[in-house]
Design a protein around this ligand. Structure first.
Ligand code: SAH
Ligand code: AVI
Length: 339
């Protein structure tokens, strides 16, 4: 794809610097959200896309989740990176790191340091729906690594990856198990194909995958005792209220999280605790909910090596390394273009 994403308003004048561009070509992101939410809340059963969790408050709540004793995913992935980042980057020698769904990018630093130690890294690009997260990371990186070419792209990785310019020796990162938030049959193969199309000569893809395990451990991770995940879940309603003129009463919705053993995913829902009527003005919605009605807000699919590999045929990718933490809870998978 040759088109460069449209330049967003200037971020900083003086060096050391970075730039932030918008991937989406449609003019009004609120209009786009209104269309999507009008569709998903009218669907039966109703649902909201998990990307709507992540405004400032939702991004901060996710950071708190990563520190909870029950939420093992981030620590397990960081352990794998601690043990393997240097060897991996020394072997792959990427010129650019492109991370999608980068969030606060805490783990990204480890990989950037390893890329610099390998002597190959010249550029880092982060891609996320939440612009302030990009800014936070890029500001810090610009101060510490003034020689790196630093770019943030604000966009939806399910829709906008085609606007990322081509590049050689690119290593794409998709960490944290965020692939689990995509439907394993409908959305995962599409995303993997999209990423394969970005790799270019010498490219590679480092993917974090949460693994199947005891359902009690999984359910505790998504229903923590301190209620941070419940607050995160309700944040989807606050985001709809603020951006689309809705009048959901978030506290009147109970947090529900359970492991669906057949589908092998955690499902998060919000359950109405009383009959209510909800208007979402900008989406043209006037909805009636009965006590007990639910809105699905997220799936978080858990994989085995076999179930992940079953999604690869036709994507142009093959597993070249499968690394796990010592307790086998989480995998970091290196994928490379299949011959
Ligand atoms: N990779 C980080 C953050 C994971 S949280 C980690 O491992 O800790 C998920 C991140 O993906 C958030 O920063 C959120 O803003 C972003 N995100 C979620 N859905 C997205 C989408 N459709 N397109 C782009 N970014 C998305
Ligand atoms: C971002 N993603 C990998 C998290 C997950 O575990 O599915 C989001 C999350 N939902 C509840 N807790 C954390």
């Amino acid at each position: 794809m040759e088109a460069m994403p449209r330049e967003a308003p200037a971020t900083r004048a003086a060096a050391p610097s970075y730039r932030i561009v918008a991937a989406a070509r449609d003019d009004d992101p609120i209009e786009g959200m209104a269309r999507e939410v009008a569709h998903s809340l009218r669907d039966r059963p109703p649902w909201l896309a998990s990307k709507w969790f992540y405004d400032d408050r939702g991004s901060q709540l996710f950071e708190r989740i990563t520190l909870l004793p029950e939420y093992y995913l981030t620590r397990a992935e960081a352990e794998i990176l601690e043990d393997h980042a240097e060897a991996l980057l020394a072997r792959v020698r990427p010129r650019e790191i492109l991370e999608i769904g980068s969030g606060s990018g805490r783990k990204t630093r480890r990989l950037v340091d390893a890329g610099l130690a390998a002597g190959s890294l010249e550029a880092v690009t982060l891609f996320d729906v939440h612009r302030p997260s990009l800014e936070g990371w890029l500001q810090g990186a610009a101060a510490h690594h003034p020689r790196l070419e630093l770019t943030g792209i604000v966009g939806d990785f399910e829709r906008d990856l085609g606007s990322v310019p081509a590049c050689e020796r690119r290593m794409v990162l998709f960490l944290g198990g965020t692939i689990g938030n995509l439907h394993p049959d409908r959305e995962v193969p599409r995303l993997l194909k999209g990423v394969a199309g970005l790799l270019g000569p010498g490219g590679s893809f480092l993917l974090g995958v949460d693994l199947e395990k005891d359902p009690d451990v999984l359910e505790a991770a998504y229903d923590d005792r301190s209620g941070v995940t419940a607050d995160f879940n309700r944040n989807a309603l606050r985001v709809v209220n603020r951006r689309l003129g809705g009048d959901f009463a978030p506290e009147a919705w109970a947090h529900v999280a359970f492991y669906d053993r057949d589908r092998r995913w955690i499902e998060m829902r919000l359950r109405a605790e009383e009959d209510c009527r909800v208007r979402v003005d900008r989406a043209g919605l006037d909805l009636a909910f009965r006590e007990g009605d639910e809105i699905r807000t997220e799936i978080s699919c858990k994989y085995t090596r076999a179930s992940l590999e079953a999604r690869l045929p036709g994507t142009g990718l093959a597993v070249s390394e499968w690394l796990t933490d010592a307790r086998g809870r989480f995998a970091l998978v290196l994928l490379e273009p299949s011959p």
